[in-house]
Ligand binder design. Structure first.
Ligand SMILES: [Fe+2]
Length: 333
């Protein structure tokens, strides 16, 4: 843990991690960066660098490439995977100015390279811009976290929807992978599924759970939630790719859905997936007006209804195959 004083200093002076197996080089770089106003943690040892990254969360790392044991490329990969989805800028310092070394560095996730001896003005300019980028990225992540937390908090208030978005997001991701979409696409779909109903934020529970038929004005209010959800997430650049999943998750394969009455393959795959999984979760969940279906009964129902025009029939078939072959899903009556 950082001491309160170090946290305070880190707010103003970013912390840079230096890793160089030659102690004199590490010290030289350390002295240079301290003069530039940075906090510095230097080490000659890759394992210690990993420990520092875990414990101190530096804002940027400068790694020497040629080191005994774990070289700079492998250390770079390690540190990048430690930082998960958070942006952690890494600069590689190399005596090798050849193209293939740069390619290896890019493959390891490095953000920039400097050949020794480096130009100090160029290096500090690059450090400043990477740290600025990191700060912006952290702020964006923070805003995204707030929206995701909000989505879970809204549905947690209601016993009928509690856990719905988490279940829909996990199954949507599974189905995305099952039909052969990439890992990156499946992560986008998971995020979209978490937020698909965030537009219900302003809707009163008595409308959402009304037992009798809805009045026209109430129906119109409910049918606005995909557009409201899209409006909530639109300002965040990092959520741009999930917007079609939110806006179109109530479109129908036969074109009778809302809000845009898109039809068949005009409906983006991200929304078609959420639509199938959303329906499945509603069927197997209890509602104020009916008891829940068992998973087997839900599968039978969707199988019978797969060509009813609500969903992409091919996708429903894939979904049923996936569920039927999933040992983790209990299908008992
Ligand atoms: Fe919805």
């Amino acid at each position: 843990m950082l001491s309160p004083q170090l946290i305070d200093e880190k707010e103003h002076n970013p912390l840079i991690l230096i890793v160089d197996d030659i102690e004199a080089h590490a010290e030289l770089m350390e002295a240079f960066l301290i003069r530039e106003g940075y906090n510095v943690q230097a080490t000659t040892n890759a394992q210690e660098a990993i420990r520092f990254t875990k414990n101190l969360s530096p804002d940027l790392a400068i790694l020497d490439v040629m080191m005994p044991g774990m070289n700079g490329y492998d250390l770079c990969k390690n540190l990048k995977s430690l930082s998960g989805r958070k942006f952690f800028p890494i600069i590689l310092l190399t005596g090798l100015d050849q193209l293939e070394n740069k390619i290896t560095g890019i493959e390891a996730g490095a953000d920039d390279f400097f050949s020794k001896p480096f130009n100090s003005i160029e290096l500090t300019t690059k450090i400043r811009s990477l740290i600025k980028l990191k700060r912006l990225q952290d702020e964006l992540d923070h805003s995204e976290d707030i929206i995701l937390t909000l989505a879970v908090a809204i549905e947690a208030k209601d016993p009928y929807t509690k856990g719905h978005s988490e279940r829909v997001s996990n199954l949507s991701k599974k189905l995305a992978i099952f039909i052969g979409l990439s890992q990156a696409e499946s992560i986008t779909i998971k995020k979209a599924a978490t937020l698909h109903d965030i537009g219900k934020i302003g809707l009163k529970e008595d409308i959402l759970h009304k037992r009798g038929p809805l009045q026209k004005s109430e129906l119109e209010l409910i049918r606005r939630h995909p557009i409201i959800g899209e409006d909530i997430c639109k300002p965040l650049h990092s959520l741009k790719q999930i917007l079609p999943g939110i806006r179109y998750h109530h479109e129908r394969w036969d074109g009778r859905g809302y809000p845009d009455r898109l039809k068949s393959e005009d409906i983006p795959i991200i929304a078609r997936i959420i639509s199938v999984i959303d329906s499945f979760d509603v069927i197997v969940s209890e509602r104020p007006y009916r008891r829940s279906y068992s998973i087997n009964a839900a599968i039978n129902l969707m199988n019978t209804e797969k060509s009813s025009g609500q969903w992409d029939p091919w996708l429903v078939e894939k979904f049923i195959t996936m569920i039927e072959n999933d040992p983790l899903i209990h299908k008992g009556e």
